[in-house]
Design a protein around this ligand. Structure first.
Ligand code: SF4
Length: 369
């Protein structure tokens, strides 16, 4: 028997303001948003700033397609088909999203939050304080798929375990300071690391391994010092740009970089002459400690040989493979990337030494002699 339900009218109390234009899968942990509440409701926010976390209810207005009654959680077919209401799928009869976020600041009618998985312009329909006693239930039961990672996650975790067993912790990046990491990330472009080390030693010997010293150094002299790493004229210009940016963006205080959210900082880094995605992400991960996965030629070679992604997969898609299937953790991403580099240099070379590889029994590309 169908039950007639009354129609209801909801009115937004505000909207989300951030840099995310389209819905994306995962990666929301570091997104900073402002929730702009209707000015007439400003007084209703009084006291909310006392809470570290709030619960935001919002209307996922860009969700498209008819909801289906049964879905695979997180869209992963390896998970069982379950009822829509047993999941957090956005495609539901009433596309209401609900997320607990960190409240960073309240300014009048504006709430600045971290971790809200809603795109720019999303209507907000309610705000509640997060109260641990009420929202966190000790001993709550959940089905196995909630805590189980999908097939790709398991493969990535298995690969990591084997690499760690085989090579041990890598303690990357090999540098004495975050600024040295930044310089190394630029110098290593199209260069062997042994030559980068010589160039960095040259800079250290000349007392030029600081943003200010690099700015003061004549361009020709800088190029001479970094000559061992190749493309030294072009790289000298890039280092000058990096040093100039550091002065302007954070007054040469690298500790201030981590206060910016990852997306903002990444955009800033990419605006510097000579800083591409791989260099920017190396700086974010190894110099600033942000949880981003670095994709380089070694990583691409290995994941394509392992059948995880075709060789021509875009940088962003390669990055999403790790980000969406592993815990978003800078320590894990640091070790994982460093271990992949070790594997690529040791055995997964252009001409692979598969019989010596710790991943051989799971690799569809292994060459058996
Ligand atoms: S088995 Fe061979 S191709 Fe596969 S990852 Fe190992 S070295 Fe590379």
């Amino acid at each position: 028997m169908a039950i007639e339900q009354p129609d209801m009218t909801l009115k937004a109390i505000g909207f989300v303001k951030n840099q995310v234009a389209q819905p994306v899968q995962g990666g929301w942990e570091e997104v900073i948003s402002e929730i702009v509440i209707d000015r007439r409701l400003t007084d209703a926010l009084d006291g909310l700033e006392e809470f570290s976390h709030i619960v935001v209810l919002f209307w996922m207005h860009k969700t498209s397609g008819e909801p289906t009654l049964k879905v695979h959680p997180r869209g992963k077919i390896e998970f069982p088909l379950v009822g829509l209401f047993a999941t957090r799928s956005p495609r539901r009869p009433n596309p209401v999203g609900e997320t607990t976020v960190r409240l960073l600041e309240r300014r009048g009618n504006i709430l600045k939050v971290r971790g809200l998985d809603a795109i720019n312009g999303t209507p907000v329909i309610d705000i509640k304080p997060y109260i641990p006693r009420r929202h966190s239930v000790a001993g709550a039961r959940v089905p196995p798929w909630v805590t189980k990672s999908g097939g790709i996650s398991q493969r990535l975790e298995d690969i990591y375990r084997r690499l760690m067993d085989g090579y041990g912790p890598q303690h990357w990046w090999p540098a004495e300071s975050p600024f040295e990491v930044m310089v190394g990330a630029v110098l290593t472009q199209s260069a062997a690391w042994s030559n980068v080390e010589k160039a960095i030693a040259g800079l250290k010997g000349a007392g030029a391994l600081s943003p200010e010293a690099l700015r003061r150094l004549p361009l020709a002299e800088l190029a001479r010092l970094i000559r061992p790493c190749g493309y030294y004229n072009a790289k000298a210009v890039k280092l000058k740009s990096l040093a100039r940016w550091l002065g302007e963006f954070c007054g040469d205080d690298l500790n201030r970089l981590s206060a910016h959210d990852t997306d903002t900082l990444r955009r800033e880094l990419l605006s510097i002459h000579g800083v591409g995605e791989e260099t920017a992400d190396s700086i974010l991960l190894y110099a600033v400690g942000k949880p981003v996965f670095v994709i380089d030629a070694y990583t691409r070679r290995i994941i394509s040989r392992l059948g995880l992604a075709p060789q021509d997969t875009s940088y962003a898609a390669c990055q999403a493979l790790f980000r969406d299937n592993l815990p978003v953790d800078s320590g894990l991403f640091n070790e994982y990337h460093a271990l992949l580099v070790s594997l690529a240099k040791d055995v997964c070379r252009p001409r692979p030494l598969c019989p010596k590889c710790c991943l051989a029994d799971k690799c569809p590309s292994r060459i058996v002699k």
